[in-house]
Design a protein around this ligand. Structure first.
Ligand SMILES: Nc1ncnc2c1ncn2[C@@H]1O[C@H](COP(=O)(O)OP(=O)(O)O)[C@@H](O)[C@H]1O
Ligand SMILES: [Mg+2]
Length: 244
């Protein structure tokens, strides 16, 4: 794939549910090795957007290209395989199995993707060590909130996804852990070369992303570009007043 092709490209995405239009022409282009954050109050459709990218929700119209495939054209079986091979997902509450150790939880995701046992456990140990999560002996239920969320990131990375998606990944964490997990997520594009898309209602988490968007009335608004345009308009207005 040429470097200029976005790893994730969304065009004209529309989705309505229960008589309400949640996505009303969403456009987004995210290159490999970069991160984007989508913010917006609760109920605006952020999780719905991620679920469309995962292919768990079929959108009404529009195109979603992820890692070289148009998801809207794949049948269920191919979509599931493409998701498994190219995407990792982190949820707000980790979604790990509490009775397994962190290593087992992370290795399980690799085993389910067909990775051989030794390789799966090797990858799991390597990732958890790197992310500073205790390895054996402790059931996942006994980890701290921050450790659990780092284990969830390790699980999302174990199949080496080209695209990592995260839905309110710091929503259940306190201040220090929130900072640590946000730092970790936004370091991944530089470290692993994957594209990272995070949805969050936390502006301080979103501030770390390379690109920041607000989901507003069903569309993604580039807030930096909007602020620059407003500043330019104000400058023009001042100039006009000065020359009158
Ligand atoms: N399958 C569904 N049926 C009815 N309402 C839904 C469905 N899916 C989502 N919604 C509604 O759409 C809105 C947006 O949901 P969601 O994407 O979860 O928002 P966010 O993640 O931004 O909080 C919510 O009001 C939710 O209740
Ligand atoms: Mg949500």
């Amino acid at each position: 794939m040429p470097p200029t092709t976005p790893l994730l490209e969304i065009r004209g995405l529309h989705y309505s549910v229960a008589g309400r239009t949640l996505l009303d022409g969403v456009d987004l282009a995210l290159p490999a090795g970069q991160s984007a954050a989508v913010t917006g109050p609760s109920g605006t459709g952020k999780s719905t957007l991620l679920n469309c990218v995962l292919g768990l929700i079929r959108c009404d119209s529009g195109e979603i290209r992820a890692a070289g495939r148009d998801l809207t054209r794949l049948n269920a079986r191919r979509l599931a395989r493409h998701r498994r091979d190219t995407m990792g997902m982190v949820f707000q509450f980790g979604e790990l199995l509490p009775e397994l150790t962190p290593v087992e939880n992370v290795a399980l995701a690799a085993l389910l993707a067909g990775v051989k046992r030794d390789e799966a456990f090797g990858r799991a140990r390597g990732l958890l060590t790197e992310l500073g999560v205790p390895l054996e002996g402790t059931p996942t239920a006994e980890l701290s909130g921050g450790e659990r969320q780092r284990a969830a990131v390790a699980r999302a990375l174990v199949n080496r996804p080209a695209l990592l998606l995260a839905d309110e990944p710091t929503g259940s964490l306190d201040g220090t852990n929130r900072e640590a997990v946000a730092d970790l997520l936004f370091s991944l594009p530089g470290q692993w070369g994957c594209a990272v898309l995070v949805v969050t209602h936390d502006g301080s988490v979103a501030a770390r992303a390379d690109h920041r968007f607000a989901l507003r009335e069903g569309r993604l608004v580039d807030e930096a570009a909007e602020a620059a345009e407003a500043a330019q308009a104000a400058r023009t207005a001042r100039t006009l007043r000065g020359t009158r």
